[in-house]
Design a protein around this ligand. Structure first.
Ligand SMILES: [Zn+2]
Length: 188
């Protein structure tokens, strides 16, 4: 009897010693997580001049625009391109606390889609802004927020190419004919 009890005690001790690792070895129950979608080709992010990233089609269009601006002496300095959910949430929280500029609620920003770009333009009278206003539409970029001259979005379908001979603002591309030389007599 006592021998049997002893055997059971030993068995129980062994069980207690061995059980925790045995349970721990059971496959962990994974907590539900977002289904990991394969990044669709459309969502692929590509680096643009300056190091920020945009969705690949927006990045290609921006690259062409950057090169042309550069050739005309304008540098498009990008402050913000694609943002992760976390980055957008951070900016939104700063905004809500009154510590940062207006930022969209996470999930609502085209920066998260990689199709919005913030360019350092100063105000609306700088050569950089004026160049964008006159040329960005040809590359599918559009200013979408009236209070943010720096924020441009790649919306090729919603962006109209200018009519032949004029820029995005409707201004003639070629400078107007120089005024005819004044033929009158020199004042003397
Ligand atoms: Zn922006």
């Amino acid at each position: 009897m006592s021998f049997s009890l002893l055997r059971w005690s030993i068995a129980l001790i062994f069980f207690c010693l061995l059980a925790p690792p045995a349970f721990a070895a059971e496959p962990e129950r994974r907590t539900a997580s977002k289904p990991s979608k394969k990044p669709a080709a459309k969502k692929r992010l590509v680096r643009i001049p300056g190091g920020k990233r945009l969705r690949h089609d927006a990045a290609a269009a921006f690259g062409r625009m950057y090169t042309e601006a550069r050739a005309e002496g304008v540098r498009l300095w990008v402050i913000s391109g694609h943002r992760s959910w976390r980055q957008q949430r951070y900016l939104y929280r700063l905004y809500r606390k009154g510590l940062g500029p207006r930022a969209a609620r996470p999930g609502r920003s085209n920066h998260q889609r990689g199709t919005a770009v913030d360019v350092s333009v100063g105000d609306e009278s700088t050569p950089t802004y004026e160049w964008l206003a006159a040329n960005a539409c040809r590359f599918g970029f559009k200013r979408t927020v009236s209070s943010e001259p720096w924020h441009w979005e790649y919306r090729p379908r919603a962006t109209q190419a200018p009519a032949p001979g004029v820029d995005c603002l409707g201004q003639p591309l070629e400078p107007a004919e120089p005024p005819a030389a004044v033929a009158g007599p020199d004042p003397s």
